[in-house]
Design a binder for this molecule. Structure first.
Ligand code: UD1
Ligand code: UDP
Length: 396
């Protein structure tokens, strides 16, 4: 075994391509940029174009390399192939000390695969989420399970997520329960922030987002009918920032365009979105990240899906999994709007996704495994063995 002395900071490549990845990796990039122990190399895949660009300010780190893979209505197979190819080149050119991916998108899966092919260790942020249904959400449940087979560090947001990983055979020594970095970012933004809420009236304020692939088409069209009926009550002001996906727009716009109580907007920047979330009374969503943010701000969330990989919020009482049937959606929303006691129970249930210090734990663990003392702060002291150091797997 030959020890390879590193006298420069650990070069950590952060691969991100979609809106939620930028939001959830932003605190990691910011912290690494402030630490002498790390050099963050941000690689954007461009899986999302507009929705990613509007988030890049959060990183406070310039983008090191960028791909431009987005095509209108791109097939998953094409997207995956182009991403593995493009990311493979970037990873080969830079040879970072580790690659960090987040969550379960195609960008995250291919970032991990590109790193694995170059034998570069992978850190997975937001590891261990599972619905237990391989094709729901589609294709994310498969993506995260596959990343779980490749990663060297599994940063699980909750104990339950960590338990999923160990139950699947990931060695306990490679799994770390950290909390979710989305909370770190939300708290940072609310402190820094100057966002503007889109709600304009004193009516009951309902914030809606929908985008999941498994719901696109007939299911999402029928959900739009439930939203319209809710807005028809007349005492509701609904704000709907629309995902850029054309399939989402085709499903929602015919029923909802022009309704006097529904404001449909382009995707909001994170400052305005978090201000709008903070100002709302009720959230209806199929988003992953918003299921985590809403309880942090005491906003009851109705999850318009048939499964969730975030049951912690449901069990805490902060969220309800209401499914995709219009009647069920309408009934659940009306119940909360009309029953102050039920509303108060959900609004005060609390947030099970972390204390805002997930990033600190991730950075400290990586620093330790690369042989650095995070409190020491001296990059010249970094020592690691590249042959049998953090890159080697203890999994059989
Ligand atoms: C993707 C992720 C999903 C994540 C979601 C976050 C995969 C397989 N899915 O959803 O896990 O929850 O992002 O929002 O990785 N488009 C634009 N501009 C943009 C973004 C998208 O025009 O800024 C359009 C394009 O036509 C694109 C389509 O939307 O082809 C869908 O984008 P895509 O990244 O495939 O979204 P999803 O897979 O639905
Ligand atoms: N978000 C945003 N602007 C919007 C809608 C959502 O900034 O108009 C943020 C939201 O706060 C959350 C993230 O985007 O952090 C969620 O992204 P999305 O729902 O697209 O993806 P998911 O979390 O489901 O993967």
């Amino acid at each position: 075994m030959s020890a390879d002395l590193i006298t420069a900071p650990v070069r950590a490549m952060l691969v991100l391509g979609t809106r939620p990845e930028a939001i959830k990796l932003a605190p990691v990039a910011r912290a690494m940029a402030l630490s002498p122990l790390f050099e963050p190399l941000v690689v954007t895949t461009g899986q999302h174009r507009e929705m990613l660009h509007q988030m890049l300010d959060l990183l406070r780190v310039p983008v090191h390399s960028q791909l431009d893979v987005m095509r209108d209505r791109q097939q998953l197979s094409t997207l995956t192939a182009r991403l593995v190819d493009g990311l493979g080149e970037v990873v080969r050119a830079e040879r970072p000390d580790l690659v960090i991916v987040q969550g379960d998108t195609t960008t995250a899966l291919t970032g991990a695969l590109a790193a694995f092919y170059e034998r570069i260790p992978i850190a997975h942020v937001e590891a261990g989420l599972r619905t237990g249904v391989l094709d729901n959400p589609f294709p994310e449940e498969l993506n995260r399970r596959l990343i779980g087979r490749m990663a060297r560090w599994h940063f699980a947001p909750t104990q339950r997520a960590a338990d999923h990983l160990t139950a699947e055979g990931v060695p306990g020594a490679e799994v770390f329960t950290t909390g979710n970095t989305v909370i770190d970012n939300l708290l940072w933004v609310l402190e820094e922030g100057t966002g503007r809420s889109l709600f304009r009236t004193r009516l009951r304020r309902v914030l809606v987002t929908l985008h999941r692939r498994e719901n696109q088409g007939a299911v999402m069209r029928s959900m739009s009918r439930a939203l319209r009926r809710l807005a028809d009550r007349g005492d509701v002001e609904m704000v709907l920032p629309l995902h850029k996906s054309p399939a989402v727009r085709e499903a929602l716009l015919p029923e909802l365009t022009g309704h006097p109580h529904i404001e449909i907007t382009e995707p909001l920047g994170y400052l305005d979105f978090s201000a709008t979330l903070a100002a709302c009374d009720l959230v209806l969503t199929d988003s992953g990240g918003i299921q985590e943010e809403a309880p942090t701000l005491g906003k009851p969330a109705l999850v318009l899906r048939t499964t969730t990989e975030r049951p912690e919020a449901v069990e805490a009482g902060a969220a309800r999994l209401v499914g995709t049937e219009p009647e069920a959606i309408l009934e659940a929303a009306v119940h909360l709007l009309d029953d102050p006691a039920a509303y108060a129970r959900m609004a005060t249930a609390g947030n099970p996704f972390g204390d805002g210090h997930a990033t600190d734990r991730i950075i400290a663990q990586l620093a330790e495994d690369f042989g650095a003392d995070p409190d020491d702060g001296d990059a010249a002291e970094l020592v690691t063995t590249r042959t049998e150091g953090p890159g080697s797997y203890s999994t059989a």
